[in-house]
Design a protein around this ligand. Structure first.
Ligand SMILES: Nc1nc2c(ncn2[C@@H]2O[C@H](COP(=O)(O)OP(=O)(O)OP(=O)(O)O)[C@@H](O)[C@H]2O)c(=O)[nH]1
Ligand SMILES: [Mg+2]
Ligand SMILES: [Zn+2]
Length: 301
């Protein structure tokens, strides 16, 4: 990012949007944070955006424009499609044996990441907890399908867990997602010891006080690396994606796509469907196909 430059009287900066709360925005540049407003437009700025802004007062800035995004990650909730963050290059999906994890939530997050052109890393946390072998078997299934996976315990094995994760975080802009209670904030604090201080500062500057925020928070690590924390949500809807966009994200479908009789095969009912033939021959796990069917059978909104 370029340093502050003076043009036409006002100081202009390139800054990163690090937090939002309603219409209020916080932007960061060279370790400084400004409150910002978006002149003229409403709601088009997302956490992670790089923006051009002019400094109006000591801690007040006005956003002039948004730099084109490299990526934009979406999820859909029961009301609308919402942007989670811009300019992310890795989604870290966190899950644990307790509270009970939801496979479909994790698979949906992986679909959303791949559809947005973003790499994924799956982290199984809380390995210190006694469990049935569900979490570990699930992680193995994901690994067999080709995803990068890690097993750790943020609490019982903090040092080694930190070291392990740091390797995958250095040089990347990562966003953590997971159901509530899986340990995202614990991991964030482990990786960025001052994260809770920064979180408080964000809340104060946004007048969000103790209110639970529903938006993502961007934590810069260095010029190339950042971690984005998202609030826990129970659903990771994909209504913004079409059936063919969804099918294209399934690793076990990839070598079969294009081999169905019909070029626009939905893999739901057409004859001579390469996907359903693979399913019949145990080449695709029935629960994965069932997951695909549930997503593809609902027309995209
Ligand atoms: N036993 C155990 N508990 C952990 C571990 N990591 C986190 N926890 C606990 O799990 C609980 C939830 O952790 P959080 O970090 O708040 O979870 P979160 O994913 O940020 O949850 P939301 O903010 O609600 O989305 C806390 O009580 C943590 O102390 C771990 O490795 N082992
Ligand atoms: Mg949290
Ligand atoms: Zn097909």
């Amino acid at each position: 990012m370029t340093s502050a430059e003076r043009s036409a009287g006002a100081v202009q900066i390139h800054a990163r949007v690090v937090a939002t709360f309603g219409r209020q925005l916080l932007i960061e540049h060279a370790d400084r944070v400004w409150q910002a407003t978006r002149r003229g437009k409403r709601g088009d700025v997302v956490v992670g955006d790089c923006v051009r802004a002019s400094i109006a007062a000591a801690d007040q800035a006005s956003i002039e424009s948004i730099v084109p995004r490299t990526t934009l990650l979406f999820r859909t909730d029961e009301y609308r499609t919402k942007e989670l963050a811009a300019n992310i290059d890795q989604v870290i999906v966190v899950f644990a044996a307790r509270p009970a994890f939801n496979r479909w939530f994790i698979w949906k997050a992986l679909v959303a990441a791949d559809a947005a052109g973003i790499d994924a890393l799956i982290v199984r946390n809380k390995t210190d907890l006694a469990e049935g072998d569900d979490a570990s078997a699930f992680l193995q299934q994901l690994s067999r399908l080709g995803w990068r996976t890690l097993s750790l315990s943020a609490k019982a094995d903090a040092g080694p867990s930190r070291e392990l994760l740091m390797r995958d975080i250095a040089g990347r802009k990562s966003l953590m997602v997971g159901q509530s209670g899986m340990g995202k904030s614990t991991l964030l604090n482990l990786l960025l010891p001052d994260a809770h201080v920064r979180t408080q500062e964000y809340s104060q500057r946004l007048n969000a006080g103790k209110q639970t925020t529903t938006d993502s928070r961007w934590f810069s690590i260095d010029a190339e690396s950042a971690l984005v924390d998202t609030p826990g949500f129970q659903e990771f809807g994909l209504a913004h994606l079409s059936a063919s966009e969804i099918a294209a994200t399934f690793p076990e479908f990839k070598h079969l796509l294009g081999h169905c009789r019909f070029a626009d095969c939905s893999h739901l009912k057409e004859p001579s469907c390469a996907i359903r033939e693979a399913l019949a021959q145990d080449g695709i796990a029935p629960e994965r196909y069932e997951f695909y069917r549930s997503l593809a059978a609902v027309p995209a909104a």
